[in-house]
Design a protein around this ligand. Structure first.
Ligand code: ADP
Ligand code: MG
Length: 255
């Protein structure tokens, strides 16, 4: 089971900024088929932990595995090829491109692609572009944005832009999908749309990792929850267990 494809395991991750221990010896396992949540107050180290897992920050200590394979030495973009993709806390929609073009950007570049490739393999290239078009439409359909495919991304509502970012992440075909605060600023109805989408992805066998504050999203849609506070893991368990954990309640009441 340790080598199950798409299983994410982070062991003893730590990083220090100046004197600040932003993440201290945090471990996590996220299973395929599950929505795994990471919660904690502002500044708890959640985004930093995602940066460590995805390779955007180098840990002082810790190892990351996907499907049992140590990927700790790989660059972020190589991790995407190994099946790990993430969103960032700030929305990253290209406003002057269309919705469809934004999704198309998520498709992995063909390995070994060169500027001459279109000339060398014109037929294959055209076929590939056709395929990307078809797949883009199917991804847009699945997040409910197909009718907006040709609108500029900047014309979408904030909630729809979040769904667009999910579609672009799906284009990578990664097994491990990590989202930094996807629910931030969304009304309840759109939280539900997002939560249902995460459940569907998990049901298809994806490993879904969610960093969020939104208690409705976490307690309504996650299978397992990790709680960070001051860079440390203070609790982990089912949503029910976390809800009843006195230390967690105290952290959230007193900040
Ligand atoms: P969260 O996502 O849980 O709100 P962060 O991971 O963004 O928390 O931040 C954790 C702590 O590390 C905060 O005190 C933050 O100010 C600090 N921090 C984050 N990134 C950096 C950085 N690049 N340099 C210095 N300090 C940082
Ligand atoms: Mg954050």
């Amino acid at each position: 089971a340790a080598s199950k494809q798409g299983r994410l395991e982070a062991q003893g991750m730590s990083v220090t900024f100046g004197g600040l221990k932003a993440v201290q010896n945090v471990s996590l396992v996220a299973e395929p088929g599950q929505v795994t949540a990471i919660i904690g107050p502002n500044g708890a180290g959640k985004s930093t932990f995602l940066n460590l897992i995805s390779g955007f920050i180098r840990p002082t200590e810790g190892v990351v595995y996907i499907g049992g394979e140590d990927i700790s030495k790989l660059r972020p973009w190589t991790r995407v090829r190994r099946g790990m993709a993430r969103t960032f806390q700030a929305l990253e929609v290209f406003g002057s491109l269309t919705v469809g073009e934004n999704v198309a950007l998520g498709f992995p570049a063909p390995i070994g692609s060169s500027p001459w490739r279109p000339l060398l393999q014109w037929g294959g290239y055209r076929k590939e572009r056709e395929l990307i078009k078809v797949e883009t439409r199917s991804l847009l359909k699945r997040v409910g944005l197909l009718d907006r495919a040709d609108s500029l991304a900047s014309e979408l509502s904030y909630g729809d832009q979040k769904l667009l970012v999910v579609a672009r992440l799906l284009a990578t075909k990664a097994d491990v999908l990590m989202f930094d605060e996807p629910g931030a600023g969304l009304p309840r109805r759109e939280i539900n749309a997002l939560g249902s989408l995460f459940r569907e992805l998990a049901a298809e066998g994806k490993t879904v990792v969610l960093v969020d504050h939104n208690m409705h999203l976490i307690f309504g849609y996650a299978d397992y929850v990790y709680v960070l506070h001051h860079g440390e893991l203070v609790a982990d368990g089912t949503p029910q267990e976390i809800r009843e954990n006195e230390q967690v309640v105290r952290i959230y009441l007193t900040g």
